[in-house]
Design a protein around this ligand. Structure first.
Ligand SMILES: [Zn+2]
Length: 241
């Protein structure tokens, strides 16, 4: 198995992704995981990365997840321009004889799209991402969203496709979406009391991130967002009048 085996800081990762060529069939989804084991306590950087490589090779895999996010940085594992192995049928979508099939590889089929697998180092069945791990995870996700045009709804959890708890029972959809939205708009970790957005912040992108809008074409999206902003302003005036 070929891996990149390199640790980057948030800004190094941003520069790396910005310059990266994802090829003619770029990834259109992200799937989030937790490593469960290794835990944060047993993580020891390059030694653990090499151990994971041996583990996957032992399973007979020719690829693995693309990224490991730890408190020490963002680790490149399987090259993001290639299909990875991390989420079964959600690894990639293939077209064969007019039918779509999911998986890592389907012989004589055409690759339609694939997902980037991000492993957050630690066991998140009891608690959410914290500290440098939280910061690195959100930054990594946002960098990839921007480069690949991925929206929050296209970020899946491993448990969406598997009976596991991965990326951990504590990582709920609402916690994740609010935490990410807050980090995106303020570039900071949300305060304990949670996320509050101002009416003036409601514009197309934000409305979509907050789940008011589904993916629609740019023009329609702008019209709906303007409509939403006006409804909000109207309501606000009514209630504060
Ligand atoms: Zn997983």
């Amino acid at each position: 198995m070929q891996i990149l085996r390199k640790k980057l800081t948030k800004s190094e990762f941003e520069a790396y992704v910005s310059a990266k060529n994802f090829g003619t069939v770029p990834p259109t989804k992200i799937v989030l995981h937790h490593t469960w084991r290794p835990t944060q306590e047993s993580w020891s950087g390059i030694r653990t990365i090499d151990g994971l490589k041996r583990y996957y090779e032992g399973l007979g895999w020719s690829a693995g997840p693309h990224i490991f996010v730890a408190d020490d940085g963002i680790w490149l594992f399987t090259d993001m321009s290639r299909v990875g192995i991390h989420a079964g049928s959600a690894n990639a979508t293939w077209l064969k004889n007019g039918r779509k099939r999911g998986g890592y590889y389907v012989p004589n089929a055409k690759l339609i799209d694939y997902s980037i697998g991000i492993e957050v180092v630690g066991d998140y069945d009891e608690h959410v991402w914290e500290g440098a791990t939280l910061d690195n995870a959100l930054s990594c996700i946002i960098t990839l969203k921007k480069k690949l045009g991925i929206i929050t709804q296209d970020i899946a959890f491993h448990r969406d496709f598997s009976p596991k708890s991965c990326p951990g029972n504590a990582i709920t959809r609402s916690w994740f979406e609010q935490t990410l939205a807050n980090y995106e708009s303020h570039n900071q970790i949300p305060p304990e009391q949670g996320y509050r957005f101002k009416f003036s912040e409601v514009e197309a992108k934000k409305a979509m991130e907050l789940g008011f809008l589904r993916q629609v074409d740019t023009e329609t999206r702008e019209i709906i967002a303007i409509g939403l902003t006006r409804v909000y302003e109207r309501l606000r005036k009514e209630f504060h009048a």
